[in-house]
Design a protein around this ligand. Structure first.
Ligand code: SF4
Length: 336
């Protein structure tokens, strides 16, 4: 009977994005996941934006750069990627021979969706003498059209590693691109993409919050819009925001990025207060709806049945690998 349910769930995988199977409510999922990790020599890589339970069972928690580096160096047979699709795809590109599992295939990314490869190719072809630097938050199709991939941790170093007269296209995030233009003083052609989570923060609400908490430091991710970045005390990748909260003497922080990172901030600095910045909408949450599609139940199911897994076309795999390797090589050179 159980086998019939599994087969039916597998048939529905494409439609649902995950294995829709009932789990015994008495099952200790934390213990089961630990068992599966050992039995299958599997590693769980989780992004900072994942729900706390998932972060707690992960072997490694990081931002896009850290996760890509870990995916490149792991000797596990199975990589379970608790993050969004482009991240699991990157892990697969770096480990074509390994099984890469994603708890929910529908965990996409609005920023990645804002850059369809066929449209971007036409855009790129208008600037034949430009190098294409693409933020890792994009599809494999976009990566294959790029010269170098970057993350928010290494973007500045990558841009500055190029000769000053080298013309650059930066895609897909226009906010990160504008921030980097300012930071590096380099003229870059920007693709008009954005992240729904980082674009929605309310300058007005953050300013009010800052009045109520005058000693709080405002820390923001560079995917946020320029007016929000202007009032930030510190701007950085998710990892550097976390590091800043550990090292800075302030006791209160207004955190202008996805709320998942607050879990690690609280673990690392239990005595400090972390206030999630409010978005400009009717609800108070700034969760990424894609990241939060993954749940502990779906994580357990994908490890137990080894589905859904990332499957990629061989040609695309090879084409998208080169710009990622270039990023990792430059990061390594700069000690990032
Ligand atoms: S937070 Fe934004 S950039 Fe990150 S996965 Fe969600 S939609 Fe994409």
């Amino acid at each position: 009977m159980a086998d019939i349910h599994i087969e039916a769930a597998k048939k529905n995988l494409e439609k649902k994005g995950f294995l829709d199977i009932d789990i015994d409510v008495n099952l200790d999922l934390f213990a089961e996941i630990e068992r599966l990790k050992k039995e299958k020599n599997a590693i769980i890589l989780a992004h900072y934006y994942q729900e706390p339970d998932i972060q707690d069972v992960a072997d490694f928690i990081g931002d896009s750069l850290g996760l890509a580096q870990k995916a490149q160096s792991t000797d596990a047979d199975i990589i379970v990627f608790a993050g969004v699709h482009f991240m699991a795809e990157t892990a697969k590109i770096l480990n074509p021979q390994k099984k890469v599992l994603l708890p929910d295939l529908k965990a996409g990314c609005s920023l990645s969706d804002s850059a369809p490869p066929e449209l971007f190719k036409k855009f790129r072809d208008k600037y034949p003498d430009h190098i294409v630097i693409t933020y890792i938050n994009c599809s494999a199709g976009m990566k294959a059209l790029s010269d170098i991939i970057c993350t928010s941790s290494n973007a500045q170093a990558i841009i500055e590693s190029l000769p000053k007269d080298q013309k650059i296209i930066f895609a897909p995030d226009k906010n990160l691109g504008a921030y980097l233009k300012k930071k590096t003083g380099r003229e870059m052609v920007l693709w008009n993409g954005a992240c729904i989570v980082h674009e929605i923060f309310s300058l007005e609400k953050i300013t009010k919050l800052k009045i109520r908490h005058p000693k709080a430091k405002v820390i923001a991710h560079p995917e946020c819009e320029e007016p929000v970045l202007r009032i930030a005390d510190f701007i950085g990748s998710t990892t550097s925001l976390l590091k800043y909260t550990i090292e800075n003497d302030a006791q209160e922080f207004i955190v202008v990025t996805e709320t998942g990172i607050l879990h690690q901030m609280q673990i690392q600095s239990p005595g400090k207060t972390f206030i999630p910045a409010p978005p400009d909408n009717m609800c108070a949450c700034n969760d990424c709806p894609y990241m939060k599609l993954n749940t502990l139940e779906k994580l357990y199911l994908c490890m137990e049945y080894e589905e859904p897994k990332i499957i990629m076309d061989e040609e695309l795999l090879i084409a998208s690998k080169k710009p990622i390797e270039r990023m990792l090589e430059i990061s390594h050179r700069y000690g990032l």
